[in-house]
Design a protein around this ligand. Structure first.
Ligand SMILES: Nc1ncnc2c1ncn2[C@@H]1O[C@H](COP(=O)(O)OP(=O)(O)OP(=O)(O)O)[C@@H](O)[C@H]1O
Ligand SMILES: [Mg+2]
Length: 304
């Protein structure tokens, strides 16, 4: 097993009585586009701030590239946590040259990153004339100076119009395809679905679920079923250990399946119990409804 790019273990941070980050453990492997997904106030920015040594954790630890952070590790991490400071009356190019000086890297990479973020043509225009989307792309260009192995983005599409959002998402995919690991905080489900390979879902600083976006989806695969004798069907389903939840919905039964169980096998198993299905369809749950479910379950647990 390769050393993870990032390993967070039991990280906690409170502000007074408020637990902003609550015993959080996450691992990010090289090449992943890792989404930290959660509603407002769930601790995403605080987590990123801890990882970048802007905020100190009360408890727990994290390692970048298998070790505690030093200046050399730091060089391998590009980040945009807050709105980057660019000078409005300087051009995009001049601003990047300043960024390069601050980062202590040369200017040679500047044309490449400008091309990558599709601002090369506009490099000599003043920053103040840039759209919000262009500003964000320039910030990403700045973060990529110094050839980072990891790029950290906090809500990269906030405040952008649909076209700007699409451009940033395309850019993230492009950066990822170059092998750069990306860690991205977002409160937007479809953003995580569209650009991330892996996800950790946070609520009130706690991790509710994590895994590959695909697994998180599959984990809750559901099927809808019908048979002549619905009662018999319901009993049959409830006897099966792979079925975790059965409920009625519009004259159908909806069953949650845990683990690997194909619809063919399910059909066969039911047939062996003397049940012939008149309807069987797989309902792949969207991450969205999964997310809502997870949040609801958690609320209920807290209430009980
Ligand atoms: N400096 C601070 N002082 C006090 N409370 C803070 C501070 N920073 C964050 N918090 C609180 O910690 C919790 C987590 O905040 P955080 O900004 O990490 O959430 P977030 O998931 O990034 O939210 P958003 O989606 O709105 O960006 C919130 O309840 C917030 O009010
Ligand atoms: Mg935030």
């Amino acid at each position: 097993m390769e050393i993870p790019v990032l390993k967070i273990a039991d990280l906690s941070k409170s502000y007074g009585a408020l637990k902003a980050v609550d015993n959080l453990s996450i691992e990010v492997q090289k090449g992943q586009v890792f989404g930290i997904l959660g509603p407002n106030g769930s601790g995403k920015t605080t987590t990123l701030a801890i990882l970048l040594d802007v905020v100190h954790a009360d408890k727990g630890k994290f390692e970048w590239f298998g070790q505690e952070v030093d200046a050399q590790q730091r060089q391998k991490i590009g980040a945009i946590l807050e709105e980057p400071i660019f000078y409005p009356y300087l051009s995009g190019l001049d601003n990047l040259q300043l960024t390069a000086q601050i980062k202590n890297t040369g200017y040679e990479k500047i044309p490449e990153v400008l091309n990558l973020v599709e601002l090369y043509e506009r490099r000599n225009d003043k920053f103040r004339t840039y759209s919000y989307g262009m500003r964000q792309r320039l910030a990403i260009a700045g973060a990529l100076l110094g050839d980072p192995e990891v790029l950290i983005l906090d809500e990269p599409t906030n405040g952008l119009d649909p076209q700007g959002i699409a451009e940033i998402r395309r850019l993230i995919n492009k950066i990822a395809s170059r092998g750069i690991t990306i860690i991205l905080a977002s409160h937007l489900l479809d953003e995580v679905q569209k650009v991330c390979t892996h996800v950790a879902i946070l609520q009130k600083g706690k991790k509710l679920a994590s895994g590959s976006v695909e697994d998180v989806l599959q984990e809750t695969k559901r099927v809808e079923l019908a048979a002549q004798d619905m009662k018999h069907l319901k009993n049959g389903l409830e006897e099966m250990k792979e079925i975790t939840n059965v409920r009625e919905e519009n004259h159908l039964l909806v069953a949650s399946i845990s683990g690997e169980l194909s619809s063919e096998t399910l059909n066969k198993m039911l047939f062996e119990k003397g049940i012939t299905l008149s309807h069987l369809a797989v309902r792949k749950k969207s991450l969205e409804s999964y997310f809502l479910d997870v949040l609801n379950q958690n609320e209920n647990k807290n209430r009980n």
